[in-house]
Structures are given as structure tokens and as C-alpha cells.
Design a protein around this ligand. Structure first.
Ligand SMILES: [Zn+2]
Length: 91
């Protein structure tokens, strides 16, 4: 018998409760796809802002800013672009 104390099945991606009648794997796969897409979009948006800072002339930026921007690019933007290229080639 199901009681209120019974733990709900929660999604490992969104932490949301998975309704009955929905498979956990199905929900999690869908959620992961949504999160990945949103993350890719967020990275692209952020990159648009960063890349065009100082009118796109990074040479005008303080060295600390440039280092931070380059570190961000290597950590987030470059992997996202590699991932996109990988998908495009259907691997
Ligand atoms: Zn979820």
C-alpha cells in the first residue's frame, strides 16, 4: 500500500518527481536532452556577450579580463563546439 511516507521516484537530472506511468529512463533521457540543449544555448549566449565585449577588440581589455575570458572559452565554449562538431558528423 502506498502511503505519504513512500519516497517518490525523482529524476537524477531535474530532481523532479517522476509521475507514475512514465518510465524513469524515458524521463531521464528526455530531461538530459533538454538540459544539454539549454546548456548549449546558454553557452552560446554567454559567448556572444563575451566575444563582443570591448567592441570585440579584446586587445583593449585589461589583461585580467582577457585571461578570464580565455579561460572561460577553453572551459565552456570550446568543449561545446567540439561536441557540436561531433554530433554534426553523426558519431
Ligand atoms: Zn527530470
Amino acid at each position: 500500500m502506498k502511503g505519504p511516507s513512500e519516497p517518490m521516484t525523482t529524476c537524477s537530472v531535474c530532481s523532479g518527481a517522476i509521475p507514475e506511468g512514465v518510465t524513469v529512463d524515458g524521463h531521464t533521457a528526455l530531461c538530459a536532452a533538454v538540459v544539454a540543449k539549454e546548456k548549449a544555448e546558454a553557452i552560446e549566449l554567454a559567448w556572444g556577450v563575451i566575444a563582443n565585449a570591448y567592441g570585440g577588440a579584446w586587445d583593449d581589455a585589461p589583461p585580467e579580463w582577457r585571461e578570464a575570458a580565455e579561460a572561460w572559452r577553453e572551459r565552456f565554449y570550446a568543449p561545446a563546439m567540439r561536441e557540436r562538431a561531433r554530433r554534426k558528423h553523426g558519431e
